[in-house]
Design a protein. Structure first.
Length: 203
């Protein structure tokens, strides 16, 4: 079976979203990032801002704290058995699987490599780069926010890592979870795009 679905996970500031968008454009297929957030929000009733945050990041860098937060009681003091985060996860899995069934596409983050792990028509990619390169890129893209860019990188990566571990029981960024791991600082955005497009055409 040929490659139909490309999932792209990325370190914060590595340019993964830019790579994903360019890959989708070159292949002429739908690109799901913010569009996925809006779709999940529409179908769940959660606010888009909540979906954007909770669908990819934990609220804490600590895995243990995240586990306890996920099982905290509701407003009435009783445990309901399922948190909003877990409800969101279930709907996110369903929607990502439905999108994969609809046709070829590129999906950014949100544990899509894990959610679609049983499909044999997926190419899973991890985009990374050294911290110094990412810090420089963040400054160019967002300007001076008053927060040290390396601190932002540490915080965002830790929250993605914790979220991924919680829902997949796998290590975020571990090579065995992906078909390609590409360093944008060495290869450049354009060459990474070409590598992914060519890899998708191999099978």
């Amino acid at each position: 079976m040929s490659i139909r679905i490309i999932t792209i996970s990325r370190e914060f500031g590595s340019g993964g979203r830019t790579v994903a968008k360019a890959v989708a454009q070159k292949l002429g297929v739908p690109y799901y990032d913010r569009q996925l957030v809006d779709k999940i929000a529409l179908e769940t009733g959660f606010a888009p801002e909540y979906v954007a945050e909770e669908s990819e990041y934990s609220r804490t860098r600590s895995f243990l704290s995240y586990v306890f937060a996920a099982t905290s009681p509701g407003a009435d003091g009783r445990f309901t058995g399922i948190s909003n985060a877990d409800r969101l996860w279930a709907e996110q899995c369903r929607i990502i699987r439905d999108l994969a069934e609809e046709g070829p596409c590129v999906i950014v983050g949100r544990c899509s490599d894990y959610i679609l792990r049983e499909r044999d028509d997926c190419l899973n990619v991890f985009i990374h780069a050294p911290k110094e390169f990412r810090a420089s890129r963040i400054m160019q893209k967002y300007g001076d926010t008053g927060i040290d860019p390396q601190k932002r990188i540490d915080d965002m990566d830790a929250k993605r890592r914790t979220h991924y571990k919680h829902y997949t029981d796998r290590v975020w960024g571990a090579a065995q979870n992906y078909h390609l791991a590409l360093d944008t600082s060495l290869l450049g955005i354009d060459y990474c795009v070409d590598l992914i497009v060519n890899a998708a055409k191999l099978k």
